[in-house]
Design a protein around this ligand. Structure first.
Ligand code: CUA
Length: 321
């Protein structure tokens, strides 16, 4: 299990994330300046006016109208400036409400993975329903309207390089915008405590050129083609026999579950289970042998499969490109 690097929170790659970094830096800088000024003056005065053994009590001073006005007005000015900064930032990162429009993506948080659907792209060109998990593909250089949903508890979608963060609340479709300037992989995480595996509710946003994205989309819209033989064919039978389709969808094979990730193109992804594992055979076997050992509290049951069955099921899953 390789640990991905920490989230790059102050390295924006989007016009919707850059204002957040700027506002954060200015706020921290201002706070640091005030801290240094107050601490510096306190230390200086403590040293400058310390008792040096001279006799008598020093003059007692009670209030100074001019000084008091200066520090109240200064503090007020700083607060008004920060308010204006926050206001301007919010307007830049939330350009329009986007209510009423069809979202480009519907992202659903579940314990513990993220699912992405593409409603706008799915219908017109006769494309099937595209439902990705853990890896969310987007086209570059376009502002995308994202609708957030939850299948269970409150999660929080956060891809810090591409936009703001936003709660995914059951039954309340929150909306936000994301955008990526350049193709690449951008790490994201759940930012609201949602249970034992909250820390392993990671995801990757894969930004692609519009052409590459369209190619990915039409590939993902295809059904699984079950021209299977050998262990993979045995794996497909085992998949049906164990009732995996109650929770997972594999379009083209009659599996229509919608609790766990859609597996129609499982092997086209590089990571699984909230990014805690890769989709390589070794990791898939490890997952199927005892899901709870990898991800304590997961809803995926342990089917107590033997080594031969693990091999068959893994071989089948690896054909789902
Ligand atoms: Cu989902 Cu924290």
């Amino acid at each position: 299990m390789s640990l991905p690097a920490a989230l790059p929170v102050l390295q924006p790659a989007s016009p919707l994330a850059a204002p957040i970094s700027t506002a954060t830096s200015i706020t921290l800088g201002l706070g640091l300046a005030v801290f240094l000024l107050v601490t510096g003056l306190t230390l200086y005065f403590a040293w400058r006016f310390k008792h040096r053994g001279a006799g008598g009590e020093p003059p007692q001073i009670f209030g100074n109208a001019r000084d008091e006005i200066i520090w109240m007005v200064t503090a007020l000015a700083i607060l008004i400036f920060l308010f204006g900064l926050a206001w301007a930032t919010i307007n830049k990162i939330d350009p329009e409400a986007g209510q009423g429009a069809t979202p480009d993506l519907i992202v659903t948080g579940r314990q513990w993975f993220w699912q992405a659907q593409y409603p706008r792209a799915s219908n017109p060109a006769g494309l099937g329903v595209v439902r990705a998990a853990n890896e969310i593909h987007i086209p570059t250089n376009r502002k995308l309207l994202l609708e957030l949903d939850s299948g269970d508890v409150i999660h929080d979608f956060w891809a810090p390089q591409l936009g703001r963060k936003m709660d995914a609340v059951p039954g309340q479709n929150n909306r936000m915008w994301i955008q990526a300037d350049t193709p690449g992989s951008y790490l994201g995480a759940c930012a609201e405590f949602c249970g034992a595996q909250h820390a392993w509710m990671r995801f990757t946003v894969v930004a692609q050129s519009p052409t590459d994205f369209q190619a990915w989309l039409s590939q993902q819209s295809r059904q699984a083609s079950p021209s299977l033989s050998g262990t993979a064919a045995q794996g497909a039978e085992l998949f049906a026999y164990q009732g995996c389709g109650e929770c997972h969808a594999v379009r083209g094979l009659g599996a229509r579950g919608n609790v766990g990730p859609d597996l129609t193109h499982f092997a086209s992804r590089s990571r699984m289970a909230g990014n805690v594992l890769s989709t390589r055979p070794g990791d898939v076997v490890r997952w199927l042998r005892d899901p709870d050992a990898v991800k304590p509290g997961t809803r995926m049951p342990n089917f107590h499969l033997n080594d031969a069955q693990l091999e068959q099921l893994t071989a089948f899953l690896e054909t789902l490109k």
